[in-house]
Design a protein around this ligand. Sequence first.
Ligand code: 9MR
Length: 531
Amino acid sequence: MKTFNFPLALQRSRLLFRRASGTLALIILGTSASDALASCEYNINSDWGSGFVASVRVTNDTAGSVNSWQVQWQYSGDNRIVHHWSSDISGNNPYTASNAAWNGSLQPGQTAEFGFQGTASGPAEVPQVTGLLCDGGSSSGGSTSSSSSSSSSSSSSSSSSSSSSSSSSSSSSSSSGSSSSSGSSSGASAENLYSLAPFPIGVAVSAGYENRSFLSIAEKQTSIAQHFSQLTAGNIMKMSYLHPSENTYDFANADQMVNWAETNGIGIHGHTFIWHSDYQVPSWMQSYSGDFQAMLDDHVTTIADHFAGSVDSWDVVNEAIDENQSSCYRNSLFYQRAGAGYIANAFRAADAADPNADLYYNDYDTEGGNSNKLNCLLQIVDGLQADGVPIDGVGFQMHVQIDWPSTSQMRTAFQAIVDRGLKVKITELDVPVNNPYASTPFPQYTSYTTEVAALQKARYKSIVEAYLDVVPTNLRGGITVWGLWDGDSWLLDFSNRQGVDDWPLLFSGPANGPYEEKAAFDGVAEALLGQ
Ligand code: 9MR
């Protein structure tokens, strides 16, 4: 367990190095192939011989809006789907996928994406996808082989499709991504945001085979290298991605991201060894019949060991709390199969495999507005500390609202962790401008005006000020925003937002950049500068 922040001098030298190396990395990694725009794309995201993860993107290329969609495909070989998400899939080869309740409505140019995990006895197949929106179907996944290098060939073919899909995404999210000039930066700006803080300033990224991977968009790399000192994988270091079958770990995509970060002198916050959320738990784990705790220990140990020396810190366990249970524990697969002890065991396994990484418990709604959840957090943290578990800190996700919770509630929550001698890390910050739970009708704002930009700037600024005021320098684990560019935010797809634009992040601009610093960016910079 690391008990202090890495020395300031070391951090400074990392930052100087990253400035010197950024241009070179862009030349090497900034190219991306471009395919013709297709209205239904089948992409192989990962292929390990006996199984695969694939996704289909359905784009409404018609001139009118649609309220629902349905697509079909059939494998000629033995590929079969065992697990799916973001659509309803029926049939057993042929398969039919219908929109989920929340992604059926597509305006012209808008895209929906769904995914699935399947079994195979050889390279995953790329079938033709047909349906009314499919123009007879098209595919963009490359052929793959069952060796581990096949994942990289599949991922590079998906990156070319993601660069083609970015043009469709650019039209679908144009209003999100490009704010009016009133929202762009006009206050205290920063040449390099990270240089204003002697602690990590992070950003979550899509990487590997994901759509709009930062490795396929040169301008994303430019903005990330210019302003951030730490990356979190928005998805590709989660359980099902790294550990797709019991005896298979797939590190290729994550390693590619980590290598880029290292080349640019940027650190990595690992996310996450254990998370209950639906398809993030690999299907093989859900039906595992052996010693569940031993299996989980092995999962954590293998991943922590692989990344040891490359990560600054880990979200060891994510979202294990359910404040509506008297025990405070979420009734997850892990809790059911291994009891509450799975949390402590995960920290112990991670610490044994990588004693230098900071180890965090990470959750949402713990930043003060939900006092029952905060109380559960403190109860669990106290228990871990009493048992001598090697926990270094608490990650506050902070997917907050523009007006909730209050910064004084946040201060109370941060202080409670500081009082326990633990680090505080803001791990997933975003500030949407509309609050679906507010008493005023939702959405409150349908365009990003000067007024909205100022409101959001003030909110970002006050959050960073609260962090700096309450958390002493030796306990600051850093601040990470959950995405770079407004149009890529997860919130656009989140059901409670009903597809409305929320402009939640620090950068606007065209889909593929150059990205523009918003007033919100200035708010963060001003707080870090103490202005
Ligand atoms: O941003 C992530 C989104 O792309 C994924 O679809 C989703 C499900 O895996 O996870 C999102 O990230 C979540 C993070 O891992 C944990 N805290 C909540 C984040 C937003 O849902």
